[in-house]
Write a new protein. Structure first.
Length: 280
């Protein structure tokens, strides 16, 4: 088992602390965990939505969320179907990057990466580096159509041959899809040493169906801002050249393994995995 990366944990906690756009459980949103997800694909441990209430006014009033939400409908979720990127969508991608680059979270991430010689000090250069990592299209399969990008996979979600859900590790997308009855939350996945998560836990493992398919276990941050996840995954992506990176970190009270897979120069996928909580 990998030991805790203290330096990285320190940086990520700094990002966590300055994330003024994070939604506070019980105040900006409430969730209903309900029952535990079953092992089989037939059981449903939750009759109601996961998100009981989300302060949408606040969401719409924050530039990073508003520009983030405008990107969620830009993708064809089936892999193997080529993406068509319109000039409007390119503009939306740029608006989103501009918005997050104004935040303290991304400024700290940028400074850290510059210090590590992994990013250039010039913001324009850093922005095009982010664009390339997250929005540049690639083919999920060799020599196939340009059907995917890091942003689509991690934040929007994809489906593979109508058999499997890929990605979709973002709470805002989850909430909006659930609101439109596209996602059916099926219960939480318990950790070995904690029988049940709390409603104010900001990292959860859950099971859900989307577009008629089951995701047996998906883990996600809840309530964090888009810029926080962007900063976190970008840092880990740039720190490692490995095709799959597992970093053990402690953010706030959460012991996590952050998994980042690369697809050449781009993000393939990225998500948090909850380890046993140390607060017990």
């Amino acid at each position: 088992r990998k030991s805790l990366n203290h330096e990285l944990s320190e940086v990520l906690n700094e990002l966590w602390d300055v994330d003024v756009n994070r939604f506070i459980p019980g105040k900006d949103y409430t969730i209903e965990l309900q029952g535990k997800a079953g092992d089989g694909a037939t059981q449903d441990g939750a009759a109601r939505h996961l998100f009981h209430h989300v302060n949408e006014e606040r969401m719409k009033s924050i530039k990073t969320y508003a520009t983030f939400i405008s990107l969620l409908d830009n993708y064809e979720t089936s892999t193997g179907v080529a993406e068509v990127v319109t000039p409007e969508e390119i503009a939306e991608n740029n608006h989103f990057l501009d918005a997050i680059l104004e935040t303290e979270v991304m400024k700290i991430a940028h400074q850290y990466l510059v210090k590590k010689n992994l990013a250039r000090p010039n913001l324009t250069d850093f922005k095009s580096q982010l664009y390339d990592i997250w929005f540049q299209l690639y083919a999920r399969k060799e020599g196939n159509r340009l059907d995917s990008c890091g942003f689509e996979h991690v934040f929007v979600g994809e489906t593979k041959r109508d058999k499997q859900i890929l990605g979709l590790h973002n709470w805002v997308q989850f909430y909006l899809q659930e609101k439109h009855n596209q996602i059916d939350y099926r219960g939480y996945v318990a950790r070995k040493n904690k029988s049940r998560p709390d409603k104010d836990d900001q990292v959860l493992s859950l099971q859900f169906t989307w577009k008629g398919l089951v995701k047996p276990i998906g883990s996600t941050f809840i309530g964090v801002s888009p810029e926080f996840e962007f900063a976190l995954y970008t840092i880990i992506f740039l720190l490692s050249k490995k095709s799959v990176t597992h970093e053990r970190v402690k953010i706030e009270e959460y012991e996590l393994q952050i998994v980042v897979c690369r697809h050449g120069q781009h993000i393939g996928t990225a998500y948090p995995v909850l380890l046993g909580t140390s607060s017990e």
